[in-house]
Design a protein around this ligand. Structure first.
Ligand code: BGP
Length: 485
Protein backbone atom coordinates (compact mmCIF):
# COMPACT_ATOMS: atom_id res chain seq x y z
CA UNK A 1 0.00 0.00 0.00
CA UNK A 2 1.35 3.42 -0.88
CA UNK A 3 1.04 6.32 1.53
CA UNK A 4 -1.51 8.95 0.68
CA UNK A 5 -2.20 12.14 2.62
CA UNK A 6 -5.96 12.29 2.75
CA UNK A 7 -7.87 15.39 1.78
CA UNK A 8 -10.33 16.73 4.38
CA UNK A 9 -14.05 16.55 3.74
CA UNK A 10 -15.38 20.00 2.80
CA UNK A 11 -17.06 21.97 5.61
CA UNK A 12 -20.46 21.85 3.91
CA UNK A 13 -20.27 18.09 3.20
CA UNK A 14 -23.73 16.58 3.65
CA UNK A 15 -23.35 13.85 6.26
CA UNK A 16 -26.70 12.15 6.20
CA UNK A 17 -28.84 9.05 6.49
CA UNK A 18 -31.58 7.71 4.27
CA UNK A 19 -34.95 5.98 4.22
CA UNK A 20 -37.89 5.28 1.91
CA UNK A 21 -41.58 5.93 2.49
CA UNK A 22 -42.90 2.36 2.35
CA UNK A 23 -40.12 1.08 4.59
CA UNK A 24 -40.75 3.50 7.46
CA UNK A 25 -44.02 5.41 7.35
CA UNK A 26 -46.78 2.92 8.08
CA UNK A 27 -50.22 4.62 8.17
CA UNK A 28 -50.79 2.83 4.89
CA UNK A 29 -54.41 3.90 4.52
CA UNK A 30 -54.57 7.02 6.65
CA UNK A 31 -55.48 10.59 5.79
CA UNK A 32 -56.63 9.81 2.29
CA UNK A 33 -53.63 7.80 1.12
CA UNK A 34 -54.40 5.43 -1.76
CA UNK A 35 -52.87 1.96 -2.03
CA UNK A 36 -49.53 1.60 -3.81
CA UNK A 37 -48.30 -1.49 -5.63
CA UNK A 38 -46.31 -2.41 -2.53
CA UNK A 39 -49.44 -2.33 -0.34
CA UNK A 40 -50.95 -4.86 -2.69
CA UNK A 41 -47.91 -7.00 -3.46
CA UNK A 42 -46.84 -7.49 0.15
CA UNK A 43 -50.21 -9.10 0.88
CA UNK A 44 -49.73 -11.85 -1.72
CA UNK A 45 -48.88 -15.00 0.29
CA UNK A 46 -45.27 -16.08 -0.04
CA UNK A 47 -43.96 -12.89 -1.60
CA UNK A 48 -42.26 -11.30 1.43
CA UNK A 49 -40.51 -12.81 4.42
CA UNK A 50 -43.18 -14.29 6.71
CA UNK A 51 -45.72 -11.99 5.10
CA UNK A 52 -44.15 -8.85 6.59
CA UNK A 53 -45.40 -5.57 5.16
CA UNK A 54 -45.29 -1.81 5.65
CA UNK A 55 -48.82 -1.30 7.04
CA UNK A 56 -47.31 0.00 10.28
CA UNK A 57 -43.60 -0.22 9.41
CA UNK A 58 -41.81 1.80 12.10
CA UNK A 59 -44.69 4.26 12.35
CA UNK A 60 -42.63 7.22 11.21
CA UNK A 61 -45.83 8.86 9.94
CA UNK A 62 -46.91 9.42 13.54
CA UNK A 63 -43.46 9.68 15.09
CA UNK A 64 -41.63 11.89 12.61
CA UNK A 65 -41.04 14.59 15.22
CA UNK A 66 -39.31 12.17 17.54
CA UNK A 67 -37.26 10.82 14.62
CA UNK A 68 -36.17 14.28 13.49
CA UNK A 69 -35.23 15.19 17.05
CA UNK A 70 -33.01 12.11 17.15
CA UNK A 71 -31.47 13.11 13.82
CA UNK A 72 -30.63 16.46 15.30
CA UNK A 73 -29.15 14.83 18.40
CA UNK A 74 -26.93 12.82 16.10
CA UNK A 75 -25.90 16.01 14.28
CA UNK A 76 -27.14 14.91 10.85
CA UNK A 77 -26.57 17.51 8.16
CA UNK A 78 -28.94 15.87 5.68
CA UNK A 79 -31.78 13.40 5.61
CA UNK A 80 -32.86 11.56 2.49
CA UNK A 81 -36.45 10.30 2.40
CA UNK A 82 -38.98 9.51 -0.29
CA UNK A 83 -42.46 10.84 -0.90
CA UNK A 84 -45.23 8.28 -1.32
CA UNK A 85 -46.91 9.32 -4.58
CA UNK A 86 -50.13 7.65 -3.38
CA UNK A 87 -50.33 10.05 -0.42
CA UNK A 88 -50.15 13.06 -2.73
CA UNK A 89 -52.40 11.78 -5.53
CA UNK A 90 -54.20 8.70 -4.17
CA UNK A 91 -55.33 7.41 -7.57
CA UNK A 92 -52.13 8.46 -9.34
CA UNK A 93 -53.32 11.22 -11.66
CA UNK A 94 -56.57 12.58 -10.22
CA UNK A 95 -57.33 14.74 -7.19
CA UNK A 96 -54.53 16.07 -5.03
CA UNK A 97 -54.74 15.05 -1.37
CA UNK A 98 -53.94 18.06 0.78
CA UNK A 99 -53.42 15.91 3.88
CA UNK A 100 -50.70 14.00 2.09
CA UNK A 101 -48.96 17.24 1.17
CA UNK A 102 -49.34 18.44 4.75
CA UNK A 103 -47.42 15.46 6.14
CA UNK A 104 -44.36 16.14 4.00
CA UNK A 105 -44.69 19.87 4.51
CA UNK A 106 -44.49 19.32 8.27
CA UNK A 107 -41.61 16.91 7.94
CA UNK A 108 -39.62 19.29 5.74
CA UNK A 109 -40.25 22.21 8.08
CA UNK A 110 -39.23 20.13 11.06
CA UNK A 111 -35.96 19.17 9.33
CA UNK A 112 -35.23 22.76 8.41
CA UNK A 113 -35.94 23.88 11.97
CA UNK A 114 -33.09 21.61 13.04
CA UNK A 115 -30.85 22.71 10.13
CA UNK A 116 -31.04 19.34 8.44
CA UNK A 117 -30.99 19.50 4.63
CA UNK A 118 -33.90 17.51 3.16
CA UNK A 119 -33.03 15.32 0.15
CA UNK A 120 -36.25 14.14 -1.44
CA UNK A 121 -36.66 11.02 -3.57
CA UNK A 122 -39.64 11.23 -5.91
CA UNK A 123 -39.96 7.54 -6.57
CA UNK A 124 -38.76 4.77 -4.29
CA UNK A 125 -40.70 1.93 -5.95
CA UNK A 126 -44.27 2.64 -4.81
CA UNK A 127 -46.40 3.68 -7.77
CA UNK A 128 -50.11 4.08 -6.94
CA UNK A 129 -51.95 0.81 -7.52
CA UNK A 130 -54.60 2.69 -9.53
CA UNK A 131 -52.02 3.54 -12.20
CA UNK A 132 -50.91 -0.06 -12.36
CA UNK A 133 -54.54 -1.06 -12.88
CA UNK A 134 -55.45 1.71 -15.31
CA UNK A 135 -52.36 1.92 -17.51
CA UNK A 136 -50.20 -1.08 -16.62
CA UNK A 137 -47.95 1.32 -14.74
CA UNK A 138 -44.51 1.87 -16.24
CA UNK A 139 -45.41 -0.12 -19.32
CA UNK A 140 -47.48 2.78 -20.61
CA UNK A 141 -46.48 6.21 -21.82
CA UNK A 142 -49.58 7.54 -20.07
CA UNK A 143 -47.76 6.93 -16.85
CA UNK A 144 -45.20 9.57 -17.82
CA UNK A 145 -47.92 12.22 -17.81
CA UNK A 146 -49.18 11.01 -14.44
CA UNK A 147 -45.64 11.18 -13.04
CA UNK A 148 -45.21 14.69 -14.41
CA UNK A 149 -48.37 15.82 -12.69
CA UNK A 150 -47.17 14.37 -9.39
CA UNK A 151 -43.72 15.95 -9.83
CA UNK A 152 -45.23 19.30 -10.67
CA UNK A 153 -47.34 19.14 -7.50
CA UNK A 154 -44.44 18.41 -5.18
CA UNK A 155 -41.97 20.75 -6.92
CA UNK A 156 -44.54 23.52 -6.49
CA UNK A 157 -45.22 22.64 -2.87
CA UNK A 158 -41.64 22.07 -1.67
CA UNK A 159 -39.29 23.51 -4.29
CA UNK A 160 -38.87 26.66 -2.20
CA UNK A 161 -37.32 24.67 0.67
CA UNK A 162 -35.92 21.49 -0.83
CA UNK A 163 -32.77 21.97 -2.88
CA UNK A 164 -31.78 18.33 -3.57
CA UNK A 165 -34.11 15.94 -5.36
CA UNK A 166 -33.67 12.37 -6.50
CA UNK A 167 -35.85 11.24 -9.41
CA UNK A 168 -35.80 7.43 -9.36
CA UNK A 169 -34.25 5.15 -6.78
CA UNK A 170 -32.35 2.21 -8.29
CA UNK A 171 -34.14 1.89 -11.58
CA UNK A 172 -31.92 -1.10 -12.32
CA UNK A 173 -33.16 -2.91 -9.24
CA UNK A 174 -36.89 -2.20 -9.37
CA UNK A 175 -37.18 -3.03 -13.08
CA UNK A 176 -35.24 -6.31 -12.70
CA UNK A 177 -37.03 -7.38 -9.54
CA UNK A 178 -40.43 -6.26 -10.78
CA UNK A 179 -40.37 -7.40 -14.41
CA UNK A 180 -37.67 -10.06 -14.69
CA UNK A 181 -37.84 -11.98 -11.44
CA UNK A 182 -41.41 -11.25 -10.27
CA UNK A 183 -39.98 -10.78 -6.80
CA UNK A 184 -41.20 -7.18 -6.51
CA UNK A 185 -44.39 -5.66 -7.84
CA UNK A 186 -45.82 -5.65 -10.43
CA UNK A 187 -44.90 -9.33 -10.18
CA UNK A 188 -44.05 -9.92 -13.83
CA UNK A 189 -41.49 -12.20 -15.40
CA UNK A 190 -40.98 -11.09 -18.98
CA UNK A 191 -37.71 -9.55 -20.19
CA UNK A 192 -39.17 -7.84 -23.23
CA UNK A 193 -41.71 -6.08 -21.04
CA UNK A 194 -38.93 -5.26 -18.60
CA UNK A 195 -36.89 -3.46 -21.25
CA UNK A 196 -39.99 -1.66 -22.50
CA UNK A 197 -40.94 -0.48 -19.01
CA UNK A 198 -37.37 0.54 -18.31
CA UNK A 199 -37.40 2.79 -21.37
CA UNK A 200 -40.61 4.45 -20.21
CA UNK A 201 -38.99 5.11 -16.83
CA UNK A 202 -36.03 6.70 -18.64
CA UNK A 203 -38.42 9.03 -20.42
CA UNK A 204 -40.19 9.86 -17.15
CA UNK A 205 -36.82 10.57 -15.56
CA UNK A 206 -35.90 12.97 -18.39
CA UNK A 207 -39.28 14.73 -18.24
CA UNK A 208 -38.99 15.17 -14.47
CA UNK A 209 -35.50 16.65 -14.77
CA UNK A 210 -36.54 19.11 -17.48
CA UNK A 211 -39.65 20.13 -15.56
CA UNK A 212 -37.62 20.62 -12.40
CA UNK A 213 -35.12 22.85 -14.15
CA UNK A 214 -37.98 25.06 -15.33
CA UNK A 215 -39.76 25.16 -11.98
CA UNK A 216 -36.88 25.10 -9.47
CA UNK A 217 -33.90 26.64 -11.26
CA UNK A 218 -31.87 27.03 -8.07
CA UNK A 219 -32.27 23.33 -7.11
CA UNK A 220 -30.33 20.19 -8.00
CA UNK A 221 -31.77 16.94 -9.30
CA UNK A 222 -30.48 13.53 -10.37
CA UNK A 223 -31.30 9.82 -10.27
CA UNK A 224 -29.93 7.41 -7.64
CA UNK A 225 -28.38 4.37 -9.21
CA UNK A 226 -27.54 1.06 -7.53
CA UNK A 227 -23.98 0.72 -8.82
CA UNK A 228 -21.77 -2.36 -8.61
CA UNK A 229 -18.22 -2.24 -10.00
CA UNK A 230 -17.39 -5.22 -12.20
CA UNK A 231 -14.16 -7.19 -11.83
CA UNK A 232 -12.70 -9.93 -14.05
CA UNK A 233 -11.92 -13.13 -12.14
CA UNK A 234 -8.51 -13.43 -13.88
CA UNK A 235 -6.27 -11.43 -16.22
CA UNK A 236 -7.35 -13.65 -19.12
CA UNK A 237 -8.53 -11.07 -21.69
CA UNK A 238 -11.69 -13.12 -22.15
CA UNK A 239 -12.55 -12.64 -18.48
CA UNK A 240 -11.72 -8.94 -18.76
CA UNK A 241 -14.07 -8.75 -21.71
CA UNK A 242 -16.77 -10.56 -19.71
CA UNK A 243 -16.42 -7.99 -16.90
CA UNK A 244 -16.68 -5.18 -19.49
CA UNK A 245 -19.82 -6.79 -20.88
CA UNK A 246 -21.30 -7.02 -17.40
CA UNK A 247 -20.42 -3.36 -16.85
CA UNK A 248 -22.36 -2.44 -19.98
CA UNK A 249 -25.40 -4.55 -19.07
CA UNK A 250 -25.46 -3.81 -15.34
CA UNK A 251 -24.31 -0.19 -15.15
CA UNK A 252 -23.84 1.67 -18.43
CA UNK A 253 -27.23 0.64 -19.73
CA UNK A 254 -28.66 3.16 -17.26
CA UNK A 255 -25.84 5.58 -16.56
CA UNK A 256 -25.16 6.35 -20.24
CA UNK A 257 -28.82 7.21 -20.72
CA UNK A 258 -28.95 9.42 -17.62
CA UNK A 259 -25.72 11.27 -18.34
CA UNK A 260 -25.28 11.14 -22.13
CA UNK A 261 -28.81 10.57 -23.33
CA UNK A 262 -27.87 7.46 -25.34
CA UNK A 263 -28.05 3.70 -24.84
CA UNK A 264 -24.75 1.78 -25.07
CA UNK A 265 -24.51 0.23 -28.55
CA UNK A 266 -23.32 -3.20 -27.40
CA UNK A 267 -26.37 -3.85 -25.24
CA UNK A 268 -28.84 -2.30 -27.67
CA UNK A 269 -27.55 -4.37 -30.60
CA UNK A 270 -27.67 -7.53 -28.56
CA UNK A 271 -31.22 -6.87 -27.42
CA UNK A 272 -32.28 -6.14 -31.00
CA UNK A 273 -30.82 -9.47 -32.13
CA UNK A 274 -32.89 -11.22 -29.48
CA UNK A 275 -36.02 -9.23 -30.32
CA UNK A 276 -36.33 -7.76 -26.83
CA UNK A 277 -35.06 -4.21 -27.39
CA UNK A 278 -37.29 -1.31 -26.35
CA UNK A 279 -38.90 0.85 -29.00
CA UNK A 280 -37.11 4.18 -29.09
CA UNK A 281 -38.57 6.94 -31.26
CA UNK A 282 -36.78 10.00 -32.61
CA UNK A 283 -38.65 12.17 -30.13
CA UNK A 284 -37.56 9.86 -27.31
CA UNK A 285 -33.94 10.28 -28.38
CA UNK A 286 -34.31 14.06 -28.36
CA UNK A 287 -35.92 14.02 -24.94
CA UNK A 288 -33.22 11.78 -23.44
CA UNK A 289 -30.51 14.04 -24.87
CA UNK A 290 -32.16 17.18 -23.54
CA UNK A 291 -32.29 16.21 -19.85
CA UNK A 292 -29.10 16.69 -17.84
CA UNK A 293 -28.92 15.66 -14.20
CA UNK A 294 -27.08 18.05 -11.86
CA UNK A 295 -25.55 15.22 -9.85
CA UNK A 296 -25.56 11.45 -9.77
CA UNK A 297 -26.86 9.63 -6.73
CA UNK A 298 -24.92 6.43 -6.07
CA UNK A 299 -26.19 3.63 -3.84
CA UNK A 300 -23.29 1.35 -3.05
CA UNK A 301 -23.48 -2.06 -1.42
CA UNK A 302 -21.23 -4.35 -3.49
CA UNK A 303 -19.98 -5.17 -6.95
CA UNK A 304 -19.68 -8.34 -8.99
CA UNK A 305 -16.92 -10.60 -10.32
CA UNK A 306 -17.14 -12.10 -13.78
CA UNK A 307 -15.62 -14.76 -15.97
CA UNK A 308 -16.10 -15.58 -19.62
CA UNK A 309 -19.03 -17.77 -20.29
CA UNK A 310 -17.76 -21.17 -21.37
CA UNK A 311 -20.81 -22.06 -23.38
CA UNK A 312 -21.63 -20.77 -26.83
CA UNK A 313 -25.36 -21.25 -26.51
CA UNK A 314 -26.77 -20.44 -23.12
CA UNK A 315 -29.67 -22.80 -23.66
CA UNK A 316 -27.45 -25.91 -23.68
CA UNK A 317 -26.34 -26.73 -20.14
CA UNK A 318 -28.00 -26.52 -16.82
CA UNK A 319 -24.76 -26.12 -14.87
CA UNK A 320 -24.54 -22.48 -15.89
CA UNK A 321 -28.13 -21.73 -15.16
CA UNK A 322 -27.13 -21.38 -11.56
CA UNK A 323 -24.44 -18.93 -12.49
CA UNK A 324 -26.79 -16.82 -14.56
CA UNK A 325 -28.96 -16.49 -11.52
CA UNK A 326 -26.23 -14.49 -9.84
CA UNK A 327 -26.11 -11.80 -12.49
CA UNK A 328 -28.56 -9.72 -10.57
CA UNK A 329 -27.01 -8.44 -7.36
CA UNK A 330 -30.30 -8.26 -5.50
CA UNK A 331 -31.60 -11.56 -6.67
CA UNK A 332 -33.98 -13.77 -4.70
CA UNK A 333 -33.98 -17.38 -5.86
CA UNK A 334 -35.41 -17.15 -9.38
CA UNK A 335 -37.02 -20.28 -10.72
CA UNK A 336 -36.35 -20.39 -14.43
CA UNK A 337 -33.25 -18.26 -14.76
CA UNK A 338 -32.54 -19.32 -18.32
CA UNK A 339 -35.71 -17.91 -19.72
CA UNK A 340 -35.30 -14.79 -17.64
CA UNK A 341 -31.77 -13.86 -18.72
CA UNK A 342 -31.58 -14.67 -22.44
CA UNK A 343 -29.40 -11.62 -23.08
CA UNK A 344 -26.85 -12.26 -20.38
CA UNK A 345 -24.80 -15.03 -21.96
CA UNK A 346 -21.86 -12.66 -22.43
CA UNK A 347 -20.71 -12.93 -18.84
CA UNK A 348 -20.87 -15.25 -15.93
CA UNK A 349 -21.13 -14.00 -12.36
CA UNK A 350 -18.81 -15.81 -9.91
CA UNK A 351 -17.76 -15.49 -6.29
CA UNK A 352 -14.88 -13.21 -5.42
CA UNK A 353 -12.40 -15.24 -3.33
CA UNK A 354 -10.98 -12.09 -1.68
CA UNK A 355 -14.16 -10.81 -0.08
CA UNK A 356 -16.10 -11.63 3.07
CA UNK A 357 -19.88 -11.53 3.15
CA UNK A 358 -22.61 -10.09 5.34
CA UNK A 359 -25.06 -12.32 7.20
CA UNK A 360 -27.26 -12.05 4.11
CA UNK A 361 -24.51 -13.09 1.71
CA UNK A 362 -23.69 -9.66 0.26
CA UNK A 363 -19.99 -9.17 -0.42
CA UNK A 364 -18.29 -6.57 1.76
CA UNK A 365 -15.99 -4.54 -0.46
CA UNK A 366 -14.95 -1.13 0.81
CA UNK A 367 -12.23 -0.69 -1.84
CA UNK A 368 -14.93 -1.30 -4.44
CA UNK A 369 -16.56 1.85 -3.12
CA UNK A 370 -13.50 3.92 -4.05
CA UNK A 371 -13.37 2.17 -7.43
CA UNK A 372 -17.06 2.95 -7.93
CA UNK A 373 -16.71 6.63 -7.18
CA UNK A 374 -13.64 7.03 -9.37
CA UNK A 375 -15.07 5.11 -12.32
CA UNK A 376 -18.38 6.94 -12.27
CA UNK A 377 -16.82 10.37 -11.81
CA UNK A 378 -14.12 9.89 -14.42
CA UNK A 379 -16.65 8.71 -16.95
CA UNK A 380 -19.49 11.17 -16.41
CA UNK A 381 -17.86 14.16 -14.69
CA UNK A 382 -20.88 14.89 -12.53
CA UNK A 383 -20.79 15.59 -8.79
CA UNK A 384 -21.74 12.50 -6.83
CA UNK A 385 -24.05 12.22 -3.86
CA UNK A 386 -23.76 8.89 -2.08
CA UNK A 387 -27.44 8.25 -1.44
CA UNK A 388 -27.13 4.82 0.23
CA UNK A 389 -24.47 2.63 1.82
CA UNK A 390 -24.79 0.47 4.89
CA UNK A 391 -24.80 -2.91 6.57
CA UNK A 392 -27.81 -5.14 7.18
CA UNK A 393 -27.30 -7.30 10.27
CA UNK A 394 -29.08 -9.18 13.07
CA UNK A 395 -28.73 -6.64 15.87
CA UNK A 396 -29.29 -7.64 19.46
CA UNK A 397 -30.91 -5.47 22.08
CA UNK A 398 -28.99 -6.15 25.31
CA UNK A 399 -30.62 -6.21 28.74
CA UNK A 400 -29.38 -2.71 29.50
CA UNK A 401 -31.10 -1.33 26.40
CA UNK A 402 -27.87 -1.13 24.42
CA UNK A 403 -27.09 -2.33 20.94
CA UNK A 404 -23.41 -2.95 20.49
CA UNK A 405 -23.15 -2.83 16.68
CA UNK A 406 -19.39 -2.46 16.43
CA UNK A 407 -19.52 -4.45 13.15
CA UNK A 408 -21.62 -1.66 11.62
CA UNK A 409 -19.17 0.97 12.83
CA UNK A 410 -16.33 -1.03 11.26
CA UNK A 411 -18.26 -1.30 8.00
CA UNK A 412 -19.09 2.39 7.84
CA UNK A 413 -15.62 3.43 8.96
CA UNK A 414 -13.86 1.45 6.23
CA UNK A 415 -16.29 2.62 3.55
CA UNK A 416 -16.02 6.25 4.59
CA UNK A 417 -12.22 5.97 4.53
CA UNK A 418 -12.36 4.67 0.97
CA UNK A 419 -14.71 7.51 0.10
CA UNK A 420 -12.16 9.93 1.55
CA UNK A 421 -9.51 8.31 -0.63
CA UNK A 422 -11.75 8.85 -3.65
CA UNK A 423 -12.17 12.48 -2.62
CA UNK A 424 -8.40 12.75 -2.40
CA UNK A 425 -8.16 11.17 -5.85
CA UNK A 426 -10.23 14.08 -7.14
CA UNK A 427 -13.84 12.87 -7.11
CA UNK A 428 -16.36 15.67 -6.60
CA UNK A 429 -18.55 14.52 -3.69
CA UNK A 430 -21.56 16.34 -2.28
CA UNK A 431 -22.52 14.10 0.60
CA UNK A 432 -22.96 10.65 2.07
CA UNK A 433 -26.25 9.19 3.24
CA UNK A 434 -25.87 6.00 5.21
CA UNK A 435 -28.66 3.46 4.86
CA UNK A 436 -30.52 3.84 7.16
CA UNK A 437 -31.42 6.26 9.96
CA UNK A 438 -33.79 4.06 11.98
CA UNK A 439 -34.28 0.35 11.53
CA UNK A 440 -36.93 -0.24 8.91
CA UNK A 441 -38.64 -2.80 6.73
CA UNK A 442 -36.29 -4.65 4.41
CA UNK A 443 -38.44 -5.20 1.31
CA UNK A 444 -38.16 -8.97 1.21
CA UNK A 445 -36.38 -9.71 4.48
CA UNK A 446 -38.77 -8.31 7.04
CA UNK A 447 -37.68 -6.41 10.15
CA UNK A 448 -34.87 -8.61 11.35
CA UNK A 449 -32.41 -7.35 8.74
CA UNK A 450 -31.52 -4.12 10.47
CA UNK A 451 -29.56 -1.21 9.02
CA UNK A 452 -30.31 1.71 11.34
CA UNK A 453 -28.33 3.90 13.70
CA UNK A 454 -31.46 3.79 15.81
CA UNK A 455 -32.91 0.48 16.92
CA UNK A 456 -36.68 0.21 16.65
CA UNK A 457 -38.33 -2.17 19.05
CA UNK A 458 -40.45 -4.21 16.69
CA UNK A 459 -40.03 -7.55 14.96
CA UNK A 460 -41.50 -9.66 12.19
CA UNK A 461 -44.45 -10.71 14.35
CA UNK A 462 -45.69 -7.24 15.16
CA UNK A 463 -44.96 -3.65 16.05
CA UNK A 464 -44.41 -4.17 19.83
CA UNK A 465 -43.94 -0.72 21.32
CA UNK A 466 -41.83 0.77 18.52
CA UNK A 467 -39.50 2.48 21.01
CA UNK A 468 -36.44 4.16 19.47
CA UNK A 469 -33.09 3.19 21.00
CA UNK A 470 -29.85 4.74 19.68
CA UNK A 471 -27.24 2.08 18.92
CA UNK A 472 -23.51 2.34 19.52
CA UNK A 473 -23.14 3.38 15.85
CA UNK A 474 -25.41 6.37 16.55
CA UNK A 475 -22.87 7.82 18.96
CA UNK A 476 -19.98 6.91 16.71
CA UNK A 477 -21.54 8.74 13.71
CA UNK A 478 -22.42 11.70 15.93
CA UNK A 479 -18.78 12.11 17.00
CA UNK A 480 -17.58 11.53 13.48
CA UNK A 481 -19.84 14.24 12.04
CA UNK A 482 -18.84 16.64 14.77
CA UNK A 483 -15.17 16.29 13.91
CA UNK A 484 -15.89 16.00 10.18
CA UNK A 485 -13.27 13.26 10.12
C1 BGP B 1 -31.55 -0.71 -1.76
C2 BGP B 1 -32.86 0.02 -1.61
C3 BGP B 1 -33.24 0.33 -0.21
C4 BGP B 1 -32.87 -0.75 0.79
C5 BGP B 1 -31.47 -1.32 0.58
C6 BGP B 1 -31.18 -2.53 1.41
O1 BGP B 1 -31.57 -1.46 -2.93
O2 BGP B 1 -32.81 1.23 -2.33
O3 BGP B 1 -34.59 0.66 -0.19
O4 BGP B 1 -33.84 -1.66 0.94
O5 BGP B 1 -31.27 -1.66 -0.78
O6 BGP B 1 -31.79 -3.64 0.83
P1 BGP B 1 -32.39 -4.84 1.66
O7 BGP B 1 -33.44 -4.26 2.50
O8 BGP B 1 -32.90 -5.78 0.62
O9 BGP B 1 -31.26 -5.42 2.43
Amino acid sequence: MYYQKLKKFPKNFLWGAASAAYQIEGAFDEDGKGPSIWDTFSKIPGKTFNGTNGDIAVDHYHRYKEDVRLMSEMGLKAYRFSIAWSRIIPDGDGEINSEGLKFYDNLINELIRYHIEPIVTLYHWDIPQALQDKYNGWESRKNIQAFKKYCQTVFKAFGDRVKYWVTFNEQNVFTAMGYRWASHPPNISDVKRMYAANHIVNLANAEAINLFHQMVPQGKIGPSFGYGPTYPITADPNDVLAADNADDFNNNWWLDVYCRGTYPALVMNHLKDLGIAPEVTLDDKKLLKSAKPDFLGINYYHGGTFQQNQIEHPDKTSQHEKDFSKTDPYLMQPKDTQAQTPEMAMFNNVENPYLHKTQWGWEIDSVGFRITLRRVYEKYQLPIMVTENGLGAHDKLEGNNEVNDQYRIDYLQTHITEMQRALTDGVDLLGYCAWSFTDLLSWLNGYKKRYGFVYVDRDDNGPKNLTRIPKKSFYWYRDFIQKNS
